[in-house]
Design a protein around this ligand. Sequence first.
Ligand SMILES: NC(=O)c1ccc[n+]([C@@H]2O[C@H](COP(=O)([O-])OP(=O)(O)OC[C@H]3O[C@@H](n4cnc5c(N)ncnc54)[C@H](OP(=O)(O)O)[C@@H]3O)[C@@H](O)[C@H]2O)c1
Length: 272
Amino acid sequence: MLKGKRISIVGGGTMGRALAGGLLKSGKVETGQLVASARSRNTAERLAADLGIVCTTDSAEAVRGSDIAILCVKPKDVQKAVETLKGKGALDHRPLLISIAAGISTAFIEERAPEGVPVVRAMPNTPCFIGKGMTVVSKGIHANDEHTALAREIFSTMGRTLELEEKHMDTVTGLSASGPAFIYVIIEALADGGVMRGLPRSVALELASQMTLGAAEMILTTGRHPAALKDDVTTPAGCTIAGILALEDGRIRSVLARGVETAARVAGDLGK
Ligand SMILES: NC(=O)c1ccc[n+]([C@@H]2O[C@H](COP(=O)([O-])OP(=O)(O)OC[C@H]3O[C@@H](n4cnc5c(N)ncnc54)[C@H](OP(=O)(O)O)[C@@H]3O)[C@@H](O)[C@H]2O)c1
């Protein structure tokens, strides 16, 4: 699907670099198909040297020759980036425009791009860096199923993908994009429990991390409800149910759910 497609990445920062690296590593895209841009010469030169792709400080030049342009700039920089591309005629050929900016709607971009440019919004997360990411895509009014399929093909080089209606995107941001940070806090806290009981810190962290990985894989590979899997582990009068009751005393469920809800609300405010 990506064969022969020319792809530009506007904003070669943390996410842009991960995306370019993932695409190249997957073998679905060759270096000649990929071009990136950054604001400063320093970032552009570093990216070009590290990945062996063309990287320029002129985003219009990068996008003009591409079939797909992926906007990887900060939310506050999206407006200027799109208006500059439009002003320089770089979107006149109506490339597929994919934005990963949190809180920025497809409508916001469509209003600033030339009429008819297909826009797809995507929300990846940082585990994309190691090919274990989760990316959700949704289409704007000028994008069709082929466009979302192309976007999913791009992000599938870095993990799982899913398509949802755009009304869910801020919630997706609060859950799967902010979520890794929530899990890091939980893993650190679980390890603290092990350290309190005398485990060396490195051992406690390894146990907590591998256990988290395994538990998540159990849900994804068996398709069973987490409550049923939890019931499997809780022997009557056993240690696990004792630990769960202590967690419930601390209102762990509502604390985590409210964390996602709050992050989603703030994500929605980023574009305002
Ligand atoms: N980090 C995450 O977990 C995550 C997850 C999902 C989505 N996102 C989204 O990903 C986007 C990028 O985040 P990030 O963490 O990668 O930010 P970042 O590291 O700051 O990278 C942004 C890049 O954009 C470049 N830039 C700014 N304005 C530009 C312009 N007009 N033309 C070309 N390049 C321009 C900057 O260049 P210079 O380096 O030269 O200044 C920088 O390299 C954000 O919108 C964020 O919401 C992030």
